[in-house]
Design a protein around this ligand. Structure first.
Ligand code: NAG
Ligand code: NAG
Ligand code: NAG
Ligand code: NAG
Length: 518
């Protein structure tokens, strides 16, 4: 009898939820590598602006994006808000998110508002209470993982947050910070005047004379080791899959080698500079960089209408300089630069540029609100830039039917069908002229132009397939399923170009994918 009841108890334990929960609660230390990130696509979100939780007090706060006082303060987005809206990201097709910095910020006002964006740390060891609790953040990562979405956290090691009307670094000033409460944790205070002087760029404060950010002294071994221990612990505690590193060019390079090694997951850094040679050297200290050099080119050719030969030059320079261009983060805009549509309001051109970054060599990074055709605040000058380019997404009602949302979703669904060699091969130029850039990558062909919707353009171009597809192959444009291009007897393709991009792929290989109802 006794034996039996013990057996029954252990059986019921075995079968009960709590038994399984115990096991699934053991943190899965995944430590995602650069190689694993190659095939991913990243949706950049700002926690304060992505989604309020369903019980938020004021669900219209910041919606108008026209009141500067408002947009420089907290708008009410939280980790729970993100959890409730993960399907919006999943249906859009992204399998990774980059979230803004999570640590506690100063509560005191500055002349530029509050640190809702997260780049003004006060306490590195606690989670910003505006966004939720430590447990909420753990829940977010777990909920994202359940949906196949990896989480990359944005981190800052160059500086701490500013204090209005005060200059670094008196004892009074530094004691506000955790753990960097000793004057020896900071560089002597100076402002960057000559941005071409790398010593100044690394040593002095960013933020200007008005609101200088205290610059951490990573040459001080104690400061460096606090940062290095911090990143390892942050990644492990929350089970992050990657880190996005802020203000990389403002810290000496060897520090980054130690920092990224300690993080133990994929790292992608921000070196805010258009020079290929300058940015590329940082790939010797971290896995990847955001593709700032290519960003400038893409804005020049698609938004400003300059010659598409710019892409050829930029890709050549990328390949000559970077160790691995397939790991670079390709983007059209973000929270620090003008919204693409604020520079060029034509959504057809936006789609051309998006087709490029979603399928070119590298990891696409799309900034929240692009899918809703956000363009900042058109009623003021520089309204496409900070602070207006950080719109609260809830003003969109999370519509999944905007043409841009559908467009991104179609391409990303398609991207998931591609074989892994697509993500390690380099693209090959198929055609370039002043207005058109086409490329092949593996068995995909991408056609883009900067003519725009008002051009009424229509051009017939014969592109050599170079043996990539056999004669007679039906290539379907996955963006417009009734458009089929048959590879001719010479292996060439007749492209009937209009203002929209095309993504061509052998039709029979889509069989079973659901795309184009095949
Ligand atoms: C919510 O925020 C909006 C925008 O600032 C404001 O106009 C409105 O009065 C607020 N509502 C409440 C109930 O506070
Ligand atoms: C500095 O921080 C450390 C640990 O974070 C703490 O033990 C120490 O008391 C602090 N010192 C001052 C002067 O606040
Ligand atoms: C700051 O650090 C220096 C050098 O590590 C140490 O000598 C000093 O006591 C510290 N000051 C305070 C206030 O903790
Ligand atoms: C698609 O695949 C199915 C099953 O593999 C096959 O029966 C069908 O003929 C295929 N269709 C085309 C158009 O290739």
């Amino acid at each position: 009898m006794k034996f039996f009841s013990i057996l029954l108890i252990s059986l019921s334990l075995l079968l009960s939820n709590s038994f399984f929960l115990t096991f699934s609660n053991i943190p899965q230390v995944s430590a995602r590598t650069a190689n694993e990130w190659r095939q991913r696509t990243i949706y950049q979100l700002l926690t304060d602006r992505f989604a309020q939780p369903s019980n938020a007090k004021n669900q219209t706060l910041c919606e108008s994006n026209k009141v500067e006082y408002e947009v420089r303060r907290y708008c009410g987005g939280t980790f729970k808000g993100i959890i409730e809206n993960l399907d919006y990201i999943k249906n859009l097709g992204f399998d990774a998110i980059w979230i803004s910095p999570v640590v506690t910020q100063f509560e005191e006002e500055t002349q530029f508002g509050l640190g809702w964006h997260g780049y003004w740390a006060q306490n590195m060891y606690s989670i910003n209470p505006h966004f939720g609790t430590e447990q909420d953040l753990k829940n977010l990562v777990e909920a994202a993982h359940k949906k196949g979405i990896w989480v990359m956290v944005d981190v800052v090691a160059n500086h701490m947050g500013p204090q209005r009307g005060k200059k670094p670094k008196t004892e009074e000033y530094v004691k506000q910070y955790t753990p960097f409460n000793n004057t020896s944790n900071y560089h002597e205070y100076c402002n960057i005047h000559n941005w071409n002087d790398q010593n100044e760029v690394e040593y002095c404060s960013i933020g200007g004379e008005d609101l200088p950010l205290p610059d951490l002294d990573t040459e001080n071994p104690q400061t460096a080791s606090l940062l290095i221990d911090w990143i390892s612990s942050l990644v492990k505690t929350y089970n992050f899959d990657g880190i996005r590193i802020d203000t990389v060019k403002h810290v000496r390079k060897p520090f980054w080698a130690d920092f990224t090694k300690s993080a133990g997951v994929f790292s992608i850094g921000e070196v805010f500079d258009g020079n290929h040679g300058y940015v590329s050297d940082y790939q010797n200290y971290m896995d990847a960089l955001l593709g700032y050099p290519l960003y400038y080119t893409l804005n020049s050719v698609y938004a400003d209408g300059n010659s598409m030969y710019g892409i050829r030059d930029a890709l050549n320079q990328n390949r000559q300089s970077f160790k691995d261009t397939n790991l670079l983060g390709n983007f059209l805009d973000g929270h620090d630069v003008p919204r693409f549509l604020s520079k060029k309001s034509d959504q057809s051109i936006l789609r051309n540029a998006l087709a490029f970054i979603l399928l070119a060599d590298g990891i696409p990074v799309v900034y929240q609100g692009t899918e809703q055709n956000f363009n900042g605040n058109p009623t003021v000058s520089y309204g496409g830039n900070d602070p207006w380019n950080r719109e609260a997404l809830w003003s969109s009602k999370y519509s999944q039917s905007t043409p841009t949302y559908q467009f991104i979703s179609t391409i990303l669904t398609f991207r998931k069908l591609l074989p892994s060699k697509f993500f390690s091969e380099l693209s090959v130029e198929a055609w370039v002229d002043a207005n058109i850039y086409m490329f092949f990558k593996d068995r995909v062909m991408v056609v883009t132009s900067n003519y725009g919707k008002d051009s009424g353009v229509s051009r017939d171009i014969i592109v050599q397939g170079n043996g990539r597809w056999s004669p007679g192959t039906d290539m379907v444009n996955i963006l417009k399923c009734d458009e089929i291009v048959k590879v001719d007897v010479n292996g060439n393709l007749l492209i009937k170009l209009n203002q929209e991009p095309k993504v061509l792929y052998p039709m029979k290989e889509l069989n079973g994918s659901g795309l184009c109802k095949l």
